[in-house]
Design a protein around this ligand. Structure first.
Ligand code: ZN
Length: 315
């Protein structure tokens, strides 16, 4: 039993191609809300988009670094293999039809007695949808996606580890997940939260992944607040891993560390959240910059392409 337990996934960050295509897919097709439009704090000439439920709740946040000319990466060991979104019971049929209307190829698969709809985003990121009862409905409605079918947030993720047994051990004895099942060389772990709470780890060797468009950069786990973050940092160091200093990400604080299977893990706080610099009803409308980048606003606005949230129609 682990001394500390995360509630589950906080956010997942991936690399995308052109920024407008990224927004059109995640908002226009998948019906998530753009809850923050900011820049990559480590590379302020590029955007950082956050998509989520109406409020940008932890456990619903898919984030992207979009780059216009980035070559496609390769999904493999040392990465998140699939990002899993959860939809209400009975919604999978709606999604199969909707994705096919948008000419997105889907594939059906069953694991652990659950049906999955698998597909890729326009830049090759591997996604899957699963129906589950748990987790509140997402009240954000856009472009034909209503709350009875809307993505509620993450179901979890499938981790392609370079060292699956060690990653499994860290999930169980470091992050406080419980191992709940094993089937066809897949291990399944569950956390206490009602969203972002199911992590699958295939116990097989994948060729090494390569970072690029269509790959996940890192997966972040939930901590409560800054005090809890300090405990986590000490705790993770005690496990023999090497977390970074606590970094201010404006909407949460973060530590990062590379786990034994090569995947970049982050721990991020639920507080202060996305309404720290704009009200809930205006989330994502303006380009938001942290104080230390505000002095470069003109320069930044000249570099990034203008983007908009808009309804898209099947072509
Ligand atoms: Zn992150």
């Amino acid at each position: 039993m682990s001394d500390k337990q995360t509630a589950g996934v906080h956010h997942i960050t991936a690399i995308a191609g052109p920024s407008q295509e990224n927004i059109d897919f995640y908002v226009g097709v998948l019906g998530l809300r753009l809850v923050k439009k900011t820049v990559n704090f480590d590379d302020p000439g590029t955007y950082h988009f956050y998509f989520g439920d109406e409020k940008g709740s932890p456990g619903t946040i898919m984030t992207f670094f979009p780059w216009k000319n980035i070559p496609k990466g390769r999904v493999g060991a040392g990465q998140v293999g699939y990002t899993t979104f959860v939809v209400p019971s009975g919604a999978l049929q709606f999604w199969e039809r909707r994705l096919n209307d948008f000419h997105i190829e889907t594939e059906k698969e069953t694991h652990f007695d659950e049906y999955y709809l698998k597909f890729e985003d326009p830049h090759g990121l591997k996604l899957e949808l699963v129906e589950r009862e748990e987790g509140p409905l997402n009240t954000f409605e856009f472009n034909g996606v209503t709350q009875d079918v809307a993505i509620k947030g993450f179901g979890g993720a499938v981790l392609y580890s370079g060292s699956p047994r060690k990653t499994a051990d860290l999930l169980e004895n470091g992050l406080g997940f419980e191992k709940v099942a094993e089937e066809n060389m897949y291990l399944r772990f569950r956390s206490q939260g009602d969203i972002g709470n199911v992590i699958d780890v295939p116990v097989k060797a994948f060729p090494r992944g390569e970072m690029g468009a269509g790959t996940v950069h890192h997966i972040a786990w939930r901590a409560d607040d800054h005090d809890d973050q300090q405990d986590w940092r000490q705790y993770i160091s005690g496990k023999g891993l090497q977390p970074t200093e606590i970094l201010d990400r404006q909407y949460f604080t973060s530590i990062y560390f590379r786990e034994w299977g090569g995947i970049l893990f982050e721990i991020a706080t639920d507080t202060p959240g996305f309404d720290t610099d704009e009200p809930i009803d205006k989330l994502g409308e303006d380009l938001k910059l942290p104080e230390w980048l505000e002095q470069h606003r003109n320069q930044i606005e000249n570099i990034v392409d203008p983007v908009e949230v808009r309804e898209v129609k099947p072509k």
